[in-house]
Design a protein around this ligand. Sequence first.
Ligand SMILES: Cc1ncc(COP(=O)(O)O)c(C=O)c1O
Length: 425
Amino acid sequence: MYTEKMFTEKELAHIREQFYYTDKDYYGRDRLFFDNAGGSLRLKKAEEEFRRIDSIPDASEHSNVLALELAALEDRGRGWIREVVFNAESGVIYPAYTASQIAMEMIQIILENASGNNVVITRLEHPSVYDAAVMYSRKHGMELRVADVNKETGGVDTETILSLVDKDTALLCCMAASNISGYIFETERICREARKINPDIYIYVDAVQHAAHGLLDPEKWGADVTSFAPYKFFGIRGFGLAWLSDRVNRFEHHRLLGKELDDWEIGSPAPAQFASFSEVIRYVISLGQKKEPEEKDRRRLFEAGMHRIADHERGLLKMMLEGVDGMPGLRYMPGVTVRMDGRDLTRRDLILGIEFDGLSCEKAVKEYEKRGIITFERALSSLYSRRMVEAFDSKGMVRLSPLHVNSPMDIWRFLVATQEIAGLQ
Ligand SMILES: Cc1ncc(COP(=O)(O)O)c(C=O)c1O
């Protein structure tokens, strides 16, 4: 069942031991968790390190010995986030409570400072990005231009986005991957071509969906802001992280006036959050080390680790679509339709949306749960989903988002349950 590029069965068993609740829920009941796009399975080390560091009361801004140790831990975390996760030499890391907060605040700040008369955005953006773009383009009297979807690929074509950009575009918001279809945008090409049209454009890349599945490279892309949230990347809730380019870094923002302009952290820092996410980085590096035992550079090892995650996940995605061990895949199951089913799997994160012919997405999600599988409904009634669901002419979809910790056997179990649910219609 395991194809060449996937983790071996033995290695996967070791990976699964490092996460909580891979096959049982909190109460010990058998369960498959296919809602990682809503908050991913958590790395045990990330949780343990959070608890260990958070139990220490010392203030990392003070000067006693333990306080200084906490400050050093934070600094190491900031450094790794910038150099290893974002691969950036310039710019600054901006931590916040959520990625939504970052989106709202950064779009506000950019539009207060940028010149131009329009904002370009894709129809698939998360409401925190979309609504901030609506609010602040209105406030500054700018036209909002929305790039529409490609119903086949589940994405937005690069050409469609670029056709809306002109020399007066102040801001372009284009996510790294969609949290409804998994479509991976051509971020580098989009940034490069948009800058050819307007060298002064600001570009916001929301990488909250993509970060746990692929690499981020905002400096190379030519983005100005790139954000993600550790809770969707094997880590802890209550933390959002962004990389800001040097030009955005210089914008006036909320800060104590005695602090430097490039200090974006407001209030007491949280050493436990930095320590916890450092464990996620170490984990990805450890996957890379298996493949590249001679390599010493942390970013190169992180890249190797993320490639392995993506390869395993692509193997699982293919099994979900095409079938595994005698079970037909979703593409061939009567009563089931795969939506946004782009054929090029290298352009898709492990996330997909399906519809049942005679069952609403809300009911289907309940049926999955009865069978010990957690999925999520992308319903028309939800303010998080409506715009995207309507874009694909759907009445609502079941969103499936497994993770690299899942096995071919998990996919087989999921397909058996899906066939059973399809039979209820
Ligand atoms: C693509 C995308 N962007 C932004 C967000 C918002 O992240 P947060 O929950 O940290 O505010 C989400 C959360 O679901 C998301 O999926």
